[in-house]
Ligand binder design. Structure first.
Ligand code: KG4
Ligand code: ZN
Length: 344
């Protein structure tokens, strides 16, 4: 089967084509247009600005991803219906409905988080997992921080999630406090790395305590940590590069320790040896290193390829294919609606 994927839930416009034979998947194209440059000015994503950008970019991205001849040979279209920003989701859904209508193709609406959950199955560079269940998935992005037990394609148990901000959101806010551009994740990682190269540290020496590290659940919290950084910066007289690096390092370590500890704990508690770490923050090399340093030898950890860590339509096409495999049903063009607060 060939599936066309469309993703517009936040600030990435993406169109992809994948090929799936039973449980072997291959990306034929996966074009992502990021709106970072536009949102940099505002220090975050504004929903109506994002929607306007999707309207501008959907057609050129579509034309880059697929030829009109290819579209005649696809089996169906898979589109993100939520969670995400309503104006952005509406554009992707409407565009998909028009394509479905014009080319007489079936349409299936998928949960964006299912895309992240399956993303490592499309790996071409990073280690590729065998298609099997169960596994534990940590989704860690700008909008989500959730630990989920994946029992089967559409059978999940959410073990815990953030009680306030998402981890990536905290990286973006802390970067702004330090005077860095959006998106903050890569900037913080770079700053932190400069400092880490010079020091060896112990957890007890961290300047900000890792949030909820000892709570007996699988929840996370990032708003208090961000506020601690804000106070620290306000108290310091000068914010030079050296201090920025130090703060970025202490923040990053404290932000990641609960993710690593609780994910590995969940794998032990449920006796599940396969773990996926997905979403925008999973691109962070220090996070990878911390997982590898702390995991037991029998535990297998998988990260998506860099392009698959961010929002992309390849993972949406795959999620649509797997949903169809399980339900054998497509959605009605009239009744399919966006669902901005959709949960797993
Ligand atoms: O998955 P994604 O593209 O969009 C959402 O669904 O949210 O994730 C974007 C988030 C941003 O908050 C960004 O700062 C963060 O992922 N991010 C990182 C890194 N690269 C991106 N956070 C930490 N370290 C990175 N290297
Ligand atoms: Zn996402």
């Amino acid at each position: 089967m060939k599936i066309l994927g469309i993703e517009t839930s936040c600030d990435e416009t993406s169109v992809a084509l994948i090929k799936a034979e039973k449980f072997n998947f291959k990306i034929l194209s996966n074009i992502v247009h990021s709106q970072i440059k536009v949102h940099k000015k505002y220090g975050g994503v504004y929903p109506l600005v994002a929607a306007r950008e999707h309207e501008k970019n959907l057609i050129p991205v579509f034309e880059k991803a697929i030829t009109l001849n290819d579209i005649k040979n696809i089996d169906f279209i898979s589109v993100t219906i939520g969670p995400g920003l309503a104006p952005s989701l509406l554009l992707g859904l409407f565009f998909s409905k028009l394509l479905a209508l014009y080319f007489k193709k079936p349409l299936i609406g998928v949960n964006h988080l299912q895309g992240h959950i399956f993303s490592p199955f499309l790996n071409e560079k990073e280690k590729k997992p065998k298609f099997s269940f169960p596994y534990i998935c940590l989704i860690v992005s700008g909008g989500h921080t959730e630990l989920v037990l994946i029992k089967d394609i559409l059978n999940y148990k959410v073990l815990g999630k953030t009680l306030d901000d998402a981890c990536g959101e905290a990286f973006d806010k802390v970067a702004r406090i330090l005077g860095e551009d959006y998106p903050g994740g890569p900037k913080i990682e770079k700053l932190a790395e400069k400092y880490r190269k010079q020091k060896i540290y112990k957890i007890k020496d961290l300047e900000f305590s890792p949030p909820l590290i000892n709570s007996e659940d699988f929840n996370f919290s990032y708003s208090g940590l961000k506020t601690s950084v804000l106070y620290k910066v306000k108290k310091s007289k000068v914010l030079n590069e050296k201090l920025k690096s130090k703060i970025a390092f202490h923040f990053q370590e404290s932000a990641f320790l609960p993710l690593v500890k609780k994910t590995l704990l969940a794998s032990e508690k449920f006796n599940i040896k396969k773990i996926f770490i997905t979403g925008g923050v999973s691109a962070n090399n220090r996070l990878k290193e911390m997982f590898y340093e702390n995991k037991k030898s029998k535990v297998e950890i998988y990260f998506p390829d860099k392009i698959l860590t961010q929002d992309n339509a390849g993972m949406i096409a795959l999620a649509g294919y797997l949903k169809y495999k399980k339900t054998k049903k497509f959605d009605s063009l009239t009744n399919l609606k966006i669902s901005p607060n959709l949960e797993l």
